[in-house]
Design a protein around this ligand. Structure first.
Ligand code: IVH
Length: 722
């Protein structure tokens, strides 16, 4: 554990690291370690102390609660100590906690599960129903007085109103979390970037940074600047406005009680009822449960729906519900024994930006992307993240060599949030967008002067673009050719088996033998094909009679995705008719605007594009379909929302199936939604469907809808129940 080091030395090292991280975290609001790094060090320290109790001293970080006070603020003594929470990083650890309690009590008590809000802990004291003080946690005994900010915090009531059965005590101390809603948090970080500052790694730091702004001092400064007619008035005014605007966005959720003078509640749930009755914001997601199985379910549900909650959560807090039982179990010097925080994996981590490279896409667009020191975040290892375009790199203010914050929220693509400016050592360098294509050396330029993106104009033979186009034509949204993935596309091009996408559909066994990727070592003169290559040949044959719209998508015409391709196929029914159509004819099609019409016309005006079509025609690709434009389709005018994982369907395929039948797929449930198709792990959309009483279909109901239409589907749908 001490890596062969003297335990006392390692203890000092760890204590200093943890202490330093804490000071920065609590005092300067700038985290220097990710939560996971901090937790790891803290745990090592705890384990070391358990093995060598002689090392524990009063000033060990394990003996402190929370952070330290910053000197800039007036101290406030909390009426009752604000404790922290012990953490469980696995369900096993959580169960061990519950088992200990059950053993202590001789029975398993009801537990209250609620979300662990990623925010800033505050302590609010009301005396005779009027707010007396608002303070941060500080070291748990003494916090910082931020009462002067209350007038800018609409979520904190200045007075409490008595509720039926819950008179307001003459003195009550409530605890809660101040937080930002996700959208506000993102906007705040954009503002930080624009100011050239380190973005907030999490909502807690943002909350601390915001609540601890000395708005009162800024007002004084501004007032005296106005008196003096100082030149800094504008800057001070701006600064004050920004501080106030940020404060106004802070929200409160109450999750605990300190001192309570008067008729006390018997349970945590009842306490919440009283607090809610008095006008304090409580969470409506708290649940009282009877077993650890239900606790697991709660944790599992919000693990899946973490991003359906309007604020950041970093876990679930489980509390013994009965307050007398809480008292009986008591607390250690740091945390109560009657509560535990189950932590979800972190979604923001810090890592090194090793380089910024550029990628040349299918349509020639040149996109910078971050090459990162590989780091585990939200369950997967990330080593690359797109940076979109040069402006975005500037906006984020990241330099090559920077330590950066990286966010990967669930299945959302990883995003570099911004640099940790404080950690720069001067060796970092700015990214310079290349002027030549890294793939083919052609001079890069924007397609139009006004474009943000720059492109490689060598569309026909730039190896990067070619590769991406071949890969795209085989993708599931286009000709759906299994066995033609990225590696196969690279092999076909690099080994000279194809010269462009025109050659793909006509590939023969003989052609594939020209690439080692598709052949096995047979020792004979005729090299045998791999099983994958054999399969590819079968797939290619099948691809030749795919619906026309898939062929159109496969051509890689700018702006033409499945929706526009379906509209074109439906209206014209024949690729030759599309290529001969005028801009007016094209843009008169429902779902095809003038931008798409121009793009189609441009595409067909290029010789080698038409040559691709001819090669496909020669290979036997079906370029026409029976016209269906005239007849109505089964799902014309029907709007469907799809949520969760539908068994047997990918999201793309389910969407396409609805669209092919004439229906519309929408992202949100409203009164206008005709059907909500629900799979595994459906989220808030299902709740909304139930609330709005929309017909809900499962996977088999979905098939009924596609095959037999809306009337038949209505007969098998459920309404108002999941
Ligand atoms: S109860 C004595 N409930 O997490 C127990 N805390 O990591 C007091 N937090 O200091 C805490 N959401 O600031 C509780 N639903 C919740 C919470 C919550 C967030 C914070 C709280 C606490 C910290 C511990």
């Amino acid at each position: 554990m001490t890596n062969g080091k003297d335990p006392a030395l390692r203890w000092r090292e760890l204590a200093e690291l943890v202490e330093d991280a804490r000071r920065r975290y609590y005092v300067s609001d700038a985290a220097t370690l990710s939560d996971i790094e901090y937790d790891r060090l803290y745990r090592e320290l705890e384990e070391l102390e358990a093995a060598h109790p002689e090392l524990i001293s009063a000033d060990s970080p394990t003996q402190q609660v929370g952070g330290e006070r910053s000197e800039m603020f007036e101290p406030v003594e909390h009426l009752q100590r604000m404790l922290s929470l012990d953490n469980a990083f696995s369900l096993d650890e959580l169960d061990a906690w519950a088992a200990r309690i059950e053993k202590d009590l001789g029975s398993s008590p009801p537990m209250l599960c609620e979300l662990k809000v990623d925010g800033l802990a505050v302590d609010i004291v009301y005396e005779n129903g009027r707010l007396r003080s608002l303070a941060t946690r500080g070291d748990g005994r003494t916090g910082e007085d931020v009462t002067y900010n209350v007038r800018f915090l609409p979520s904190i009531p200045r007075t409490l109103t008595p509720a039926p059965g819950h008179p307001v005590p003459d003195l009550v101390e409530v605890r809660g979390e101040m937080y930002f809603q996700l959208a506000d948090f993102d906007a705040l970080n954009d503002e930080m970037l624009a100011l050239g500052r380190t973005p907030f790694a999490n909502a807690r730091n943002a909350g601390a940074g915001t609540l601890r702004q000395r708005v009162d001092r800024r007002e004084d400064e501004l007032a005296s600047a106005l008196e003096r007619g100082s030149t800094s008035i504008d800057r001070l005014q701006l600064d004050l406005d920004r501080a106030v605007r940020r404060l106004e966005l802070l929200k409160l959720v109450v999750h605990g009680i300190g001192v309570w003078n008067g008729h006390a509640p018997t349970s945590q749930a009842e306490a919440y009822e009283a607090l809610r009755g008095w006008g304090l914001p409580t969470s409506d997601r708290a649940r009282v449960v009877a077993s650890t199985r239900e606790v697991h379910e709660f944790i599992g549900y919000f693990g899946e729906h973490r991003h359906d909650v309007e604020h950041e959560i970093d876990g679930v807090v489980v509390k013994i519900d009965n307050l007398a039982t809480q008292d009986r179990l008591g607390s250690t010097s740091r945390a109560p024994r009657w509560a535990i925080a189950y932590k979800y994996p972190p979604e923001v981590v810090r890592t090194r930006l090793l380089n910024i490279e550029v990628n040349v896409g299918r349509t020639g667009r040149v996109t910078p992307f971050a090459v990162l020191e590989p780091v585990k975040v939200a369950g997967s290892t990330v080593s690359m993240a797109t940076l979109h375009n040069e402006q975005e790199v500037r906006r984020k203010g990241v330099l090559i060599g920077d330590l950066v914050f990286l966010r990967k929220a669930g299945d959302v693509i990883p995003e570099v949030l911004g640099p940790v400016v404080e950690e720069r050592d001067g060796t970092e360098r700015a990214f310079v967008m290349p002027t030549l294509c890294p793939s083919c050396g052609t001079t890069l330029a924007p397609a139009k002067e006004s474009d943000v993106d720059i492109r490689c104009p060598n569309q026909r033979s730039c190896p990067s673009q070619l590769r991406e186009r071949v890969f795209h034509l085989a993708s599931r949204g286009a000709l759906d050719i299994e066995g033609l993935g990225f590696k196969a596309a690279v092999a076909l091009l690099d080994d000279g088996v194809i010269s462009d996408e025109g050659d793909v559909l006509g590939l023969s066994a003989e052609n594939l033998r020209g690439s080692a990727f598709f052949t096995r070592d047979g020792g004979e003169a005729e090299r045998p094909l791999t099983a994958n290559a054999e399969k590819l040949l079968v797939e290619l044959e099948a691809a030749k009679s795919r619906p026309l719209w898939r062929v159109i998508v496969a051509l890689s015409i700018r702006h033409v995705g499945p929706t526009a391709a379906q509209a074109l196929a439906r209206e014209f029914g024949d690729l030759d008719r599309i290529s001969a159509a005028s801009v007016e004819e094209l843009s008169s099609v429902d779902g095809v605007g003038s931008i798409i019409a121009e793009a189609v016309l441009d595409w067909f005006s290029v010789d080698w594009h038409r040559a691709v079509v001819e090669k496909w025609r020669l290979a036997g690709v079906r370029l026409a379909q029976e016209r269906v434009a005239a007849g109505p389709r089964p799902l014309d005018g029907v709007t469907v929302v799809i949520t969760g994982t539908i068994e047997g369907w990918s999201r793309d395929d389910a969407t396409l199936a609805v669209q092919e039948a004439g229906g519309k797929v929408s992202g949100s449930v409203s009164k206008k939604t005709d059907f909500v198709v629900v799979g595994e792990n459906a989220g808030s959309k299902l709740d909304k469907a139930i609330a709005l009483e929309r017909p809900v279909l499962d996977a088999s109901g979905f098939v009924v809808l596609l095959e037999h239409g809306p009337d038949a589907a209505r007969a098998v749908a459920t309404i108002g129940t999941p």
